[in-house]
Design a binder for this molecule. Structure first.
Ligand code: F6P
Length: 325
C-alpha cells in the first residue's frame, strides 16, 4: 500500500532475543517521535499483539536502554501468527490501535508474519535481529557480533584449562540450523575441528584419528567447536574419551550467548537500521526488510528476502580447516 499516510507506528521484537534489539527499539521510537509520529510498543512479539499488550512509548521510555541486553519489549515465538485466523486478528488489532506502520525486529519467521500483515493492509518493515546470522539478504544481523564475542571469550577460557590438563574439549555454541557462530568461533579460537549443522554427515572416526595423530605429535589439547544443530556433545565426549584415551569434557555455552551488553557494532548498526525502518514507512513503503550488504545499508522486498537461502561460504570453511592444521 505505497503512498499511505503513516501517523502511528508500532514496534515489536519477535523470536529469540538478541543483544542490540534495545538499540533498534530506541531508534524506532526516537526517529518516529522526532518525525511527528505516535509510537506504540507491542510487548511479547506477535503473541502480545494478539493479546493487545500495546503501550504508548515516549522518548523517556527508551532512556538508558541502549547498553542493555535482551529486549525491553520482551519477545515470544507465536504459533497462532502462522495461521490465517491469527494473521487476520493481528491486522484487525493493528487497525483498532491506529497502527498503520509496523516495525518487526526478528528473524525469517518474524518476517513471514510481517509479510502476511502487509498483504492485509498494515505497512510493515522488518529489521534482522538474530544471533544466528542466518538471513541471506544481509551480512549483518542484530546480536551476532555480541554473541560471537561472548562465545569466543568463553572458548578461550575453556582452552586455558583444557591445555593445563591436556584434554580434548567439545564446546557447543548456539545455532540450530545455521553454523555461523560455530564457524566464526572456530576461526577466532583456532579450533582443531568445527562441526556445522550444514555438514551433518561428518565422520567421528576421522576426528578420533586426528586426535590420536595430534597426541603423537605432542599437541597438548584439542578443541572441537560443535554447533547446537549437531548437539550430543556430552555423549560425543564420552565416545571420544573412550576411543582415544584422552580425557574429554563437554561445555555447552547455551543461552549465555543471547544475553549481555551489546557491542559497539550491535548498538550502532541496530540504531541505524531502526531509524531507516521508520524512514521507509514514512516514504510509504511496505513489505520491506532492512539489511546491510557490500558496505551499505539497503532494503529488500520481504518476499524476495524470504526466497533467499543463506549458505556457509565453502571458501571460509576450507580456510578454517586449513588453519587448524
Ligand atoms: O535465536 C536463535 C537461537 O538462539 C538459536 O541459535 C537457537 O537454536 C534457538 O534460538 C534457541 O531457542 P530457545 O531459546 O527458544 O530455546
Amino acid at each position: 500500500m505505497a503512498g499511505k499516510v503513516i501517523r502511528t507506528i508500532g514496534v515489536l521484537t519477535s523470536g529469540g532475543d538478541a543483544p542490540g534489539m534495545n538499540a533498534a527499539i530506541r531508534a524506532v521510537v526516537r526517529t518516529g517521535l522526532g518525525k511527528g509520529l505516535k509510537v506504540r510498543g507491542i510487548r511479547k512479539g506477535y503473541q502480545g499483539l494478539l493479546n493487545e499488550e500495546i503501550i504508548d512509548l515516549s522518548a523517556r521510555d527508551v532512556s538508558d536502554t541502549i547498553q542493555r541486553g535482551g529486549t525491553i519489549l520482551q519477545t515470544a515465538r507465536c504459533e497462532e501468527m502462522r495461521t490465517e485466523d491469527g494473521q487476520q486478528k493481528a491486522a484487525a488489532i493493528c487497525k483498532k490501535y491506529g497502527i498503520d506502520g509496523l516495525v518487526v525486529i526478528g528473524g525469517d519467521g518474524s518476517f513471514a508474519g510481517a509479510q502476511r500483515l502487509a498483504n492485509l493492509g498494515v505497512n510493515t518493515v522488518g529489521i534482522p535481529g538474530t544471533i544466528d546470522l542466518d538471513i541471506d539478504c544481509t551480512e549483518y544481523t542484530i546480536g551476532f557480533d555480541t554473541a560471537v564475542n561472548t562465545a569466543m571469550e568463553a572458548i578461550d577460557k575453556v582452552r586455558d584449562t583444557s591445555t593445563s590438563h591436556e584434554r580434548c574439549s567439545i564446546i557447543e555454541v548456539m545455532g540450530r540450523d545455521a553454523g555461523y557462530l560455530a564457524l566464526w568461533c572456530g576461526i577466532a579460537n583456532g579450533a582443531e575441528r568445527i562441526l556445522l549443522p550444514e555438514e551433518h554427515d561428518y565422520d567421528e572416526k576421522i576426528i578420533i584419528e586426528d586426535i590420536q595423530e595430534n597426541r603423537r605429535r605432542g599437541k597438548k589439547n584439542y578443541i572441537i567447536i560443535n554447533a547446537e544443530g549437531i548437539g550430543d556433545s556430552i555423549n560425543m565426549a564420552k565416545r571420544i574419551e573412550e576411543a582415544t584415551g584422552m580425557e574429554t569434557r563437554a561445555t555447552i555455552i547455551g543461552h549465555m550467548q543471547r544475553g549481555g551488553s551489546p557491542t559497539c557494532k550491535d548498538r550502532v548498526y541496530a540504531s541505524i537500521m531502526g531509524a531507516m525502518a521508520v524512514d521507509l514507512l514514512l516514504e510509504g513503503k511496505s513489505n520491506r526488510v532492512v539489511g546491510y550488504r557490500h558496505g551499505q545499508y539497503v532494503d529488500f522486498d520481504i518476499d524476495e528476502a524470504l526466497g533467499m537461502k543463506k549458505v556457509i561460504p565453502p571458501y571460509q570453511y576450507d580456510i578454517a580447516k586449513l588453519l587448524a592444521l
